[in-house]
Design a protein around this ligand. Structure first.
Ligand code: UDX
Ligand code: ADP
Length: 465
């Protein structure tokens, strides 16, 4: 099957960048990204391409090249479905906030709505690709909905999980470690797998394209995220022990990372992992394990989340206890709010939880982040529903200038590892702070020795004295 037209439902952090790269690399395919969110689509279509709704290094250039040629953003979901040979589902699958599985299971209502819409609109055979991370066997539910339309249209379902990390989405998409495609083993299933493989083969060598059955593909995505998150929780667990024993977690990470069986990546101790995937996917894994009564499996993975929550609380606690057990009325400057550098995404960012904790202690938090807007920060805090919107609005001040954020502060907390923080004029920052001036580096980003020479009291994650 030769794919000429693709529709992607969901213009978010996954759908937007993925489709931009497919369009750039496959000028012969028309790619239409649709979303119910009109403001989001309008931003993707903004004449000023730097205003696209997702900040990713290199993305705006790629969108500028392909947009209007073979890449389109639209709110007309029905039309795009109707025209497409292949439909990617890239809608969000947040953790359920109600009913059975509340707080654990993935909420599949958006996926089901998509499947029903595809079923009702389609007049020709289509390949439907699950891009969103989904619980194992979701393809079965999608299949059931699509195959019972009674209008004679045939659907093939593929699982093609996305492994891109935010902040490096463009390079990850251009040069992925692997592409995973799961499909049915019969002839039609394999034909659909081949059609998707042919698209990726436009820029990725075939030996990096893995094909599996549907269920292995769905479970591999959850497994990959669980393993990655587990590495962060493992090094974070060691960071606490390092602080007690006088070891340095960076040295420990380097020493173990040189063991080729362990490898050097994903061993950076931090204030805790965030992002839309790790916590959600592990909770989902725990829920699935419990639903099969695999309680030891569930407990094992749940510990990764418990450790991460502990790390965020511990960081906030350290700030309070170091500042003489009270931060009430004190100004704490936050450098960074995004869950990692080079993104404007704040979902599950450790900064939100640390801010929440400090606001409970009646601190005043002044935030600077190079990419996150004030409205987003307020909405992140309001979502926690710990206090009223009014209290949140008066509890934090958002600054456009890092020097203003740090002025008259008792302490600085580094929450995101933005590169630019390293090259600030730290002498100037020190001069304008309350003394003693503290830095709590939740990302092990700054040069501790240099900071101490300037006069700061400096604390990094996982560095014992
Ligand atoms: C992750 C997976 O990496 C990606 O494959 C999947 O598709 C989606 O989930 P993402 O959440 O975008 O990607 O970012 P990632 O780089 O994995 O970082 C996740 C969190 O872990 C961030 O908060 C990051 O700061 C933290 N982290 C990562 C650490 O604290 N230490 C590390 O060594 C690595
Ligand atoms: P991700 O990080 O997985 O890409 P996002 O939340 O950034 O998640 O993006 C998902 C997008 O999917 C949102 O912009 C949302 O409006 C969109 N969406 C959800 N359900 C539908 C639907 N039925 N039709 C069209 N778009 C949808």
């Amino acid at each position: 099957m030769n794919i000429k037209s693709i529709c992607c439902i969901g213009a978010g952090y996954v759908g937007g960048p993925t489709m931009a790269i497919i369009a750039a690399k496959c000028p012969h395919i028309k790619v239409t990204v649709v979303d119910l969110n009109e403001a989001r689509i309008a931003a993707w279509n903004d004449a000023d391409v730097t205003k696209i709704p997702i900040y990713e290094p290199g993305l705006s250039d790629i969108v500028a090249e392909a947009r209007g040629r073979n890449l389109f953003f639209s709110t007309n979901v029905d039309q795009a479905i109707d025209e497409a040979d292949m439909i990617f589902i890239s809608v969000n699958t947040p953790t359920k906030t109600y009913g059975i599985g509340k707080g654990m299971a993935a909420d599949l209502k958006y996926i089901e709505l998509c499947a029903r819409q595809i079923a009702s609109v389609s007049k020709t055979d289509k390949i439907v690709v699950e891009k969103s991370t989904l619980p194992v066997r979701t393809a079965e539910a999608i299949k059931n909905i699509l195959q019972n339309t009674g209008n004679g249209v045939k659907f093939q379902i593929l699982s093609n999980p996305e492994f891109l990390a935010e902040g490096t989405a463009v390079t990850d998409l251009l040069n992925p470690d692997r592409v995973l495609i799961g499909g049915d083993g019969d002839a039609e299933g394999q034909e659909a797998v081949n059609a998707l493989e042919a698209i990726y083969a436009n820029w990725i060598s075939r030996d990096r394209i893995l094909t599996t059955n549907l269920w292995s593909s769905e479970l591999s995505k959850l497994t990959a995220n669980a393993f990655l998150a587990q590495r962060v929780s493992s090094i974070n667990a060691m960071s606490e022990l390092c602080e007690k024993t006088g070891a340095d977690v960076n040295e420990v990470a380097r020493a173990i990372g040189m063991d080729s069986r362990i490898g050097p990546k994903f061993l950076k101790a931090s204030v805790g992992f965030g992002g839309s995937c790790f916590q959600k996917d592990i909770l989902n894994l725990v829920y699935i394990a419990k639903s099969y009564a695999l309680n030891e499996v569930a407990d094992y993975w749940e510990q990764v989340i418990i450790m991460n929550d502990h790390q965020k609380r511990r960081f906030a606690n350290t700030i309070v206890s170091t500042l003489y057990n009270t931060v009430s009325g004190k100004k704490i400057a936050f450098l960074g709010w995004a869950f990692k550098k080079d993104t404007n995404d704040t979902r599950e960012s450790a900064a939100i939880y640390v801010a929440d904790y400090l606001l409970n202690e009646q601190a005043h938090v002044a935030v600077f982040d190079p990419q996150v807007q004030e409205l987003q920060m307020q909405s992140d805090l309001n979502y926690l529903a710990t206090r009223s919107e009014k209290e949140n609005a008066s509890g934090i001040t958002v600054q456009q200038d890092p020097y203003e954020a740090c002025k008259d502060a008792h302490a600085i907390a580094v929450l995101t590892e933005w590169d630019e923080f390293k090259s600030y004029d730290w002498h100037r920052i020190y001069a304008n702070m309350k003394k003693p001036a503290f830095i709590f580096d939740g990302r092990n980003l700054l040069d501790g020795k240099k900071m101490e020479q300037i006069g700061f009291v400096f604390q990094a994650i996982g560095k014992g004295k």
